[in-house]
Design a protein around this ligand. Structure first.
Ligand SMILES: Cc1cc2nc3c(=O)[nH]c(=O)nc-3n(C[C@H](O)[C@H](O)[C@H](O)COP(=O)(O)OP(=O)(O)OC[C@H]3O[C@@H](n4cnc5c(N)ncnc54)[C@H](O)[C@@H]3O)c2cc1C
Ligand code: SF4
Length: 318
């Protein structure tokens, strides 16, 4: 690990301003992703701004009937919150499907959204990787690609986003609230927060230099049956091969999101609009344009079958 300087931020605005004026600065929250990346020298920030002392650890009702989740709310606390379990069960289930209890005790809402891909070449500094080093090439294309994207990928990168929580947040139409270094705040719809790789896979989200996430807001509850089903190589402590998040209302309408298939949680309005036409129609629309490699081709039938099982279970009440 390279040497770095460290400060504890006293307020969100101060944290953002410090990040903007200090070259090579990064925020640190739970540290469960960033510290691993630093030890492997995939990321070498020169300055860490510890945001753990900021009062961003509350879950509060919003005037619009939703919930505002502070950026520092730990994954364990969010999953266990009675309001989340009752009204946003898909989020609670997605969180509990991720990592381990020990990691969830440290991991924060903002850090989870910003965790980086698990592409093995990204972690192997001996291998070319456009995300680590723009222009270097992509080792996964034509290489080991079993865990990689089948949708929305590019010639530069076929990595997936690893977060379970983000898939549920996308399904729930969450919004991400931030403060910028000049003190201005903004709200980013989750659909616009994570980016597809295109020609710049190292740019993964909509935040600008120094911009700090302060909270994530959920709109008022939709009701319906909430399901999060994660398919992985072993039953716990493994990232998703694919995951399906769904909300199904009593009349059969609803919405669906996929994880493990793209550089961001995957939703398609046309898929949601076809929820009353059966799982095959929904899968067809979600998977429209899928371009798997020979190794990741199994994800297409896996999505189709998992989606069919999820929608059948939803009909029975979850
Ligand atoms: C062995 C292992 C297994 C795992 N399995 C899963 C899994 O199955 N599913 C899953 O979803 N996750 C899994 N994870 C990932 C884990 O959920 C993330 O590491 C964690 O959520 C990151 O949160 P953190 O607070 O520790 O982030 P940190 O490591 O502190 O930070 C991550 C990134 O977020 C930035 N950041 C943090 N807070 C803010 C803020 N307020 N504003 C702007 N930027 C910020 C940091 O600068 C950094 O770039 C696993 C992790 C490990 C180590
Ligand atoms: S898929 Fe993306 S992260 Fe993986 S090697 Fe290629 S460029 Fe790097």
């Amino acid at each position: 690990m390279r040497a770095f300087t460290y400060q504890r931020a006293q307020s969100p605005a101060e944290a953002a301003a410090a990040a903007a004026r200090t070259p090579g600065a990064r925020f640190i929250a739970g540290g469960t992703n960033l510290l691993d990346l630093m030890k492997l020298e995939i990321e070498s920030p020169q300055h860490l701004i510890d945001v753990n002392g900021l009062a961003l650890d509350k879950i509060e009702a919003t005037p619009g009937g939703g919930l505002r989740i502070g950026a520092l709310v730990r994954n364990t606390d969010l999953a266990a919150d009675a309001r989340v379990r009752k009204d946003y069960a898909v989020l609670s289930r997605a969180l509990l499907a991720g990592a381990s209890a020990q990691l969830r005790n440290k991991a924060t809402t903002a850090g989870n959204l910003l965790q980086r891909t698990r592409c093995p070449y990204f972690y192997d500094t001996n291998q070319p990787c456009n995300k680590r080093e723009p222009g270097a090439g992509c080792s996964a294309i034509g290489g080991y690609s079993r865990n990689h994207a089948i949708l929305g990928a590019s010639d530069a990168c076929i990595a997936t986003h690893p977060s379970d929580m983000a898939v549920a947040m996308a399904l729930l139409d969450a919004t991400v609230e931030t403060v910028k270094p000049d003190g201005a705040t903004r709200t980013i719809p989750i659909a616009d927060f994570h980016r597809l790789p295109g020609g710049t896979p190292h740019i993964e989200h909509a935040l600008t230099q120094g911009e700090l996430i302060t909270s994530v807001t959920l709109p008022k509850p939709t009701g319906g049956v909430h399901i999060y089903r994660k398919v992985r190589d072993r039953a716990s402590y493994a990232f998703a091969l694919i995951s399906v998040a769904a909300i199904v209302l009593p009349d059969g309408s609803g919405r669906v999101a996929l994880g493990g298939v793209a550089h961001k949680p995957w939703r398609r309005p046309a898929a949601d609009a076809s929820m009353n036409q059966g799982a095959r129609a929904v899968a067809e629309r979600l998977l429209d344009g899928a371009k798997p490699s020979a190794e990741s081709a199994f994800k297409v039938p896996l999505v189709q079958r998992t989606l069919a099982a999820v929608l059948a279970d939803a009909k029975k009440g979850g």
